[in-house]
Design a protein around this ligand. Structure first.
Ligand SMILES: *Cc1c(COP(=O)(O)O)cnc(C)c1O
Length: 419
């Protein structure tokens, strides 16, 4: 089964694996530590089959739901947590946390420049009349990144006026080209904040879970939130999100998640508990597979002469990989190659389209078991400068490696001289 990959490209793939071997060993070690951390949370909280039964209606006294909150909290070294299939997306989860913590007259300070696109209408940076934080009287300020795309600690310190209630840190690069934050960077920001101010620190943890040996709570963050169709759902959760942090703050978020007074006491789990447990259990391993996929892709495309970010030897703070392919036809070929190696919808040929919210056409590949899941191998590229493709995920490295090889082969079919 060679899938039409030329022997020369297969050999280059072997070379890329060799070049990546040191990184792979580090990933193995991180996966092992995080797997132990999660397994010990399962053991400590005595997870048993009875936690997988479903509740309906109000969902009062759902032991599986309540225990899963504790397992997640322990997995992230947090006091408390909420993990729910009923969070519709990562943005919904982050929005619940922001509205849970902020009150009229408060100031929210983003310290990594402008946040991820879908968070902007929640804050009220874009859009209007939808009931954003701004509509409710929460003021927003932001500290720009420094010249190298990193946190500007001095500017952050200067922006910490006494009226700042919440400091917002986005760990992942999202679809920008700035480097992702490492936990050690988050620690530096937290130290800078705590030295000067009593503001709460919230981290958008999307794509960062289990990438490193420690998590933002251990670095000083008060609250983290993320999506279950990314890292912590382990490719098994069908939907949902989580919030983790201090008991007091998580309690406030619970009142926003449902309603004041009722909070976390309700919420039928409708049979989703087992998949959320199983997904969280698998998450460290799956994140390791996604990281290997990203490192392999960067190593392979570096051998083909392309710049990748992060490079195959750099430390990583998330599972996102971008590769500067330089023109539209390579972006299209790449995405079509990834799609053709997917377990689902392999026969579909991606086309660029005018996606709402983007100022250029975007091409995407996603052959996933779960709609929109980006812990499964997926790639997308806006057709504009710098003509970079962003890829992420990979439930198992062996299959995802093939997807990356097919992406390279599609490009080589048009430009054989690259190899
Ligand atoms: C994915 C993501 C979100 C949330 O996105 P959803 O598509 O709503 O799940 C927020 N911030 C970052 C950095 C992300 O990567």
């Amino acid at each position: 089964m060679n899938f039409g990959i030329s022997p020369k490209l297969e050999a280059l793939g072997e070379k890329a694996l060799e070049n990546a071997s040191k990184r792979f060993a580090e990933i193995e070690s991180t996966t092992e530590q995080n797997q132990r951390r999660v397994l010990s949370a399962f053991i400590k909280n005595k997870v048993s089959e009875s936690h997988f039964t479903e509740s309906t209606g109000y969902g009062y006294g759902d032991r599986g739901r309540e225990n899963l909150d504790r397992v997640l909290a322990d997995s992230f070294s947090a006091q408390d947590a909420l993990i729910r299939h009923s969070f519709a997306s990562g943005t919904h989860t982050l929005g619940v946390a922001l509205f849970g913590l902020l009150r009229p007259g408060d100031v929210m300070l983003s310290v990594m420049g402008k946040p991820y696109d879908t968070i902007q209408p929640v804050i009220g940076i874009t859009g209007g009349g939808m009931g954003s934080l701004k509509d409710f009287g929460v003021e927003y300020r932001q500290v720009e990144l420094d010249r190298n795309g990193r946190a500007d600690l001095e500017a952050i310190e200067n922006a910490l006026t006494p009226d700042v209630k919440l400091v917002y840190i986005q760990r992942s690069r999202g679809y920008s080209l700035r480097p992702s934050l490492l936990v050690e960077d988050i620690e530096k920001i937290c130290r800078t904040v705590k030295k000067k101010s009593g503001a709460l620190i919230m981290v958008d943890n999307c794509y960062g879970e289990f990438v490193e040996k420690s998590e933002p709570i251990e670095a000083g963050a008060d609250l983290i939130a993320g999506s279950l169709i990314k890292n912590p759902g382990g490719g098994i959760a069908k939907c949902g999100g989580y919030i983790a942090g201090s008991a007091e703050l998580v309690g406030l978020c619970a009142y926003r998640m449902t309603v004041p007074g009722v909070g976390r006491e309700v919420g039928a789990t409708l049979g989703q508990n087992r998949e959320l447990y199983m997904g969280l259990f698998n998450a460290p391993h799956v994140v390791g597979e996604a990281l290997k996929t990203a490192v392999f892709a960067s190593a392979l495309f570096e051998l083909l002469g392309f710049e990748s970010s992060p490079s195959s030897t750099q430390k990583r703070g998330d599972i996102i990989q971008s590769i500067m392919l330089g023109n539209e036809s390579r972006l299209t070929a790449f995405c079509r190659g990834v799609q053709s190696g997917s377990p689902v919808d392999s026969f579909v040929v991606p086309e660029a389209w005018d996606m709402p919210g983007y100022d250029s056409k975007v091409i995407m590949s996603a052959g996933a078991f779960t709609g929109g899941s980006s812990i499964e191998l997926s790639a997308d590229a806006p057709l504009r400068e710098p003509y970079a493709v962003w890829l992420q995920g990979g439930l198992n490295f062996h299959s995802a490696k093939l997807g990356i090889l097919l992406a390279a082969q599609k490009i080589l079919d048009e430009e054989p001289d690259l190899l």
